[in-house]
Ligand binder design. Structure first.
Ligand code: MFK
Length: 550
């Protein structure tokens, strides 16, 4: 009997040509040598101990215990062994801290994202609490609230696992969902002007095991909508380890991300401190949203890369119809298509990391700051879709084995499926992209000109004839987007909104192609250029069709 050999992983940094050539391109001389040790060590862990633990931990999930044996309500969540190990490794290797220690100035964010990219796929989305922690640190640092900064930030960016805190984000409510302004949680003032008590129900919170959380609530008397909400800081437990007037109703029964203890909470007079004023909570929490959306994109490319690393290894081992799959033209062609999607997504996600780093060290021009505001939702929505597509195809490259749970493969698809949903769905982010285009000048067309300048800057670097051809395809998609925008604006807001998803995906994919060209990724650029960059449908019949058919 001939058994199939399972796929194996090597050092996930050393085997990753895309990451290594990208870092060699963007980092100043000598910097790669300085950070390579940390990346190689994380790549080793991700391909060995962490991966082995991930496979062994496959069936474990967090467990919520409401009561102890003596009738006390405890609401205790037990994490799985993989997550406990993941937390220690994340702290010790600075998967959040690296962005804040800024040993390499504006490139620190790129370094941190590279660590997160290597770490994430072997930890069953431990990136979720890290994303929130990172976003909370960024939000607090920008809030000007020195007392909270001194209290929490040293923990959020600690490398000592005993000092390290994770943060939660409690925003989603039953009424609110994506429309956060509908939140019903009430904040009652106490005798201390900055301390409130929160009453309400949070319907979908990130990991409920965190030591602190940022949340939104409406101070009594405030008006409805996002402006009437305020941003609050909550420490979840008291000195004895008891939850502070918080009940964990249940953990969510999700399609994927099963290790993330996503929870429903009741706030029953939870003590909370104002972070930044008594209103404008939605606006004040957006630094967190933008950081977690960056993490979403980095997680998307990381999971695509993991699937492909396994698929390549398997293709070399699996012999069918007389030859290894890696020698079969159709299998190679399939993998090349997936590689192109992955590389395109990689370039965009890391470009947003570069811009974020420049923004954090205040080395960003006003133009690029607007560009970052636009590229963050474009990147999140584009890479989320790509991750689902690529991971689905990756499973297929294994044949039936890709559909069998104890290969450890199906979880890839389930975990990717969350990426277009949480942190803002594709449609919510497509509308956010319209809002971002208007940022600064309050004018969509000026915003698009700014985007076009960034794209053409990349296209002008093309010298190789194949890349020049790809640049033509990117330019044509860009021109189509620009003409569509003029037409849609003329037709009115409903038409603009109806086409926003196709428009945003076209911009996202155009930027991806432009970045592939800029980084000289010839074969992926050629492949990607012919994989549907321009998704715009001209003619504004959409709404009419919908009305007629429904
Ligand atoms: C792998 C890692 C992933 C980890 C996942 C963990 C799971 C966590 C579980 C979850 O809860 S996921 C759910 C996360 N929820 C969202 O992402 C919310 C999605 N909805 C939106 O993003 C809406 O667009 C939004 C809530 C922001 C709309 O609310 P509003 O009240 O209609 O806000 P409005 O008036 O549009 O914006 C308020 C201000 O913020 C405006 O500025 P001004 O006050 O100066 O005019 C906006 O321009 C600004 N703004 C909005 N979004 C922004 C932003 N500014 C910067 N960046 C943004 N992204």
């Amino acid at each position: 009997m001939q058994f199939q050999e399972p796929p194996e992983l090597g050092n996930q940094y050393e085997d990753d040509r895309v990451l290594r050539s990208y870092l060699a391109n963007v980092l100043p001389d000598g910097m790669l040598r300085e950070i390579e040790g940390s990346l190689s060590e994380m790549g080793r862990l991700a391909g060995s101990e962490l991966y082995e633990m991930q496979l062994a931990d496959r069936l474990n999930e967090p467990v919520l215990t409401h009561w102890d044996a003596w009738g006390n309500r405890i609401d205790k969540i037990e994490l799985t062994p993989l997550w406990r190990l993941g937390e220690r490794i994340a702290a010790e290797h600075g998967v959040v801290a690296t962005a804040y220690e800024q040993k390499h100035g504006r490139y620190s964010r790129v370094h941190q994202c590279a660590l997160a990219y290597l770490f994430t796929p072997s930890t069953d989305i431990y990136s979720c609490p890290l994303a929130m922690t990172d976003g909370a640190a960024r939000t607090l640092l920008g809030s000007g609230n020195q007392q909270l900064i001194d209290r929490a930030v040293p923990h959020l960016i600690a490398r000592d696992p005993n000092e390290f805190w994770t943060a939660g984000q409690w925003m989603t409510e039953i009424a609110g969902g994506s429309d956060v302004g509908l939140s019903e949680t009430v904040a009652k003032a106490t005798s201390d002007a900055t301390t409130f008590q929160l009453y309400g129900r949070k319907w979908f919170t990130s990991a409920a095991t965190s030591q602190m959380a940022l949340t939104l609530a409406r101070p009594e008397g405030n008006p409805p909508g996002g402006r009437g909400l305020a941003l609050f800081y909550v420490e979840t437990r008291d000195e004895q380890g008891r939850l502070r007037n918080i009940e964990i109703n249940r953990l969510k029964d999700k399609l994927g991300t099963r290790k993330v203890p996503t929870a429903e909470l009741n706030l029953t007079g939870t003590p909370a401190q104002l972070v930044q004023g008594t209103a404008d909570g939605v606006r004040n929490i957006t630094p967190l949203l933008n950081i977690t959306r960056l993490w979403n994109g980095i997680s998307a490319v990381a999971l695509m890369r993991r699937g492909l690393a396994l698929a390549y290894d398997y293709a070399r081992k699996r012999v069918a119809f007389g030859a290894p799959l890696s020698e079969k033209p159709l299998h190679r062609d399939t993998l090349a298509g997936l590689q192109a999607e992955f590389e395109a997504a990689f370039q965009l996600a890391f470009y947003v990391a570069e811009l974020t780093g420049r923004s954090e060290t205040r080395e960003i021009t006003e133009e690029d700051s607007h560009l970052l505001r636009l590229l963050t939702p474009l990147m999140k929505l584009t890479t989320g879709k790509q991750a689902v597509l690529v991971s689905s195809e990756v499973l297929e490259t294994f044949g039936g084995a890709g559909y069998i749970e104890d290969t450890g493969l199906p979880v890839l698809l389930r975990d990717c499926q969350v990426l277009p949903i949480w942190e803002g769905t594709t449609n919510v982010l497509a509308l956010d992209a319209l809002r971002a285009l208007e940022s600064g000048d309050k004018d969509l067309k000026t915003g698009l000109v700014r985007f076009s300048t960034a794209v053409t800057g990349c296209l002008e670097t093309a010298r190789d004839p194949d890349l020049v051809d790809c640049a033509r395809i990117a330019q044509s998609a860009l021109d189509h987007a620009a003409s569509w925008l003029v037409e849609a604006e003329r037709a009115g807001r409903p038409a603009l909104e109806a086409g926003a998803r196709r428009f945003s995906l076209t911009l996202g994919r155009t930027m991806e192609l432009a970045l592939l060209i800029k980084h000289g990724r010839r074969s992926s650029a050629r492949r990607f250029a012919h994989s549907g960059v321009d998704l715009i449908v001209t003619g504004l019949q959409d709404l009419q069709d919908l009305t007629e058919e429904s």
